[in-house]
Design a protein around this ligand. Sequence first.
Ligand code: AMP
Ligand code: MN
Ligand code: MN
Ligand code: MN
Length: 286
Amino acid sequence: MNLRCDLHSHSTVSDGTLSPAELIMRAHDNKVELFAITDHDATEGLHEAALAADKVGLPFVPGIELSVTWSHQTIHIVGLGINPDDPVLNQGLKGLREFRQERGAKIAYKLEKAGFTDALQGAKKFSNGEILSRTHFAQYIVEQGKAKDVRQVFKRYLVNGKPGYVSGQWASLEEALSWIHGAGGLAVIAHPARYKISATRLRQLITEFKELGGLGFEAISGSHSPDEEQRMTQLANQFELYISKGSDFHSPENIYRELGAMQDVQAGSIPLWHSAEWKERIGDIV
Ligand code: AMP
Ligand code: MN
Ligand code: MN
Ligand code: MN
């Protein structure tokens, strides 16, 4: 129950600042006992990470965080225990990454109208590969001295209603779950308290997620307050979802919480890693 686990983190493969191997070393130094890397829409770091984890004896689960549009809202679905080389999953990811590139060009155009020059090249300097994230635009704007930190850039420029925001269509919930399940993984609703949706719609999301075979709910997230963790744990219990926990770590400078530094799953709830489905699909690694 009191396992020091962290099932949500990002590397330079998406919008984090540590390489997959550096992230593994940091998790190891922080005495994490079960660890997943879940880059946005990409699996490229997972082989490097698995090798590094093996070297230091860290139990490692290959993961992903998929961008999904559900009912006109962007939500994130974490997949755990996926095969990084699954062809159908990778075909789906290719489409998401192409959309990221197209969206990036539109964001840059809008930012240029708002007075920023060379935003596309600037953002690409911060991106390591094919994942072009709003985070990279934010890092460029901070570098230009136009905002004090990434959070401020989001608030002023990159969220819905602000000059650099571009909407679009990510994967459907159905596609996301079928890719994760097809790749042998378990699906988790990421940071459920972060979505700007009503309690009723969150319940609808959970109902549809369960109908599609989803099992996990990230009630314990580095981006939740203790009160949100409490409410999300109750919701998971009501819907008989297993609890997942993850820091959503992106970089040492900009942490919600440090790797592994989250509260325990409460007594009375079932952690995802104790479920029969976890044992069946991922194994008895803990
Ligand atoms: P994208 O998937 O490219 O639209 O970017 C989403 C990412 O931006 C998230 O995964 C976070 O890492 C980051 N992000 C979103 N909102 C904020 C915010 N308000 N402050 C800082 N980072 C944010
Ligand atoms: Mn991110
Ligand atoms: Mn997320
Ligand atoms: Mn994340």
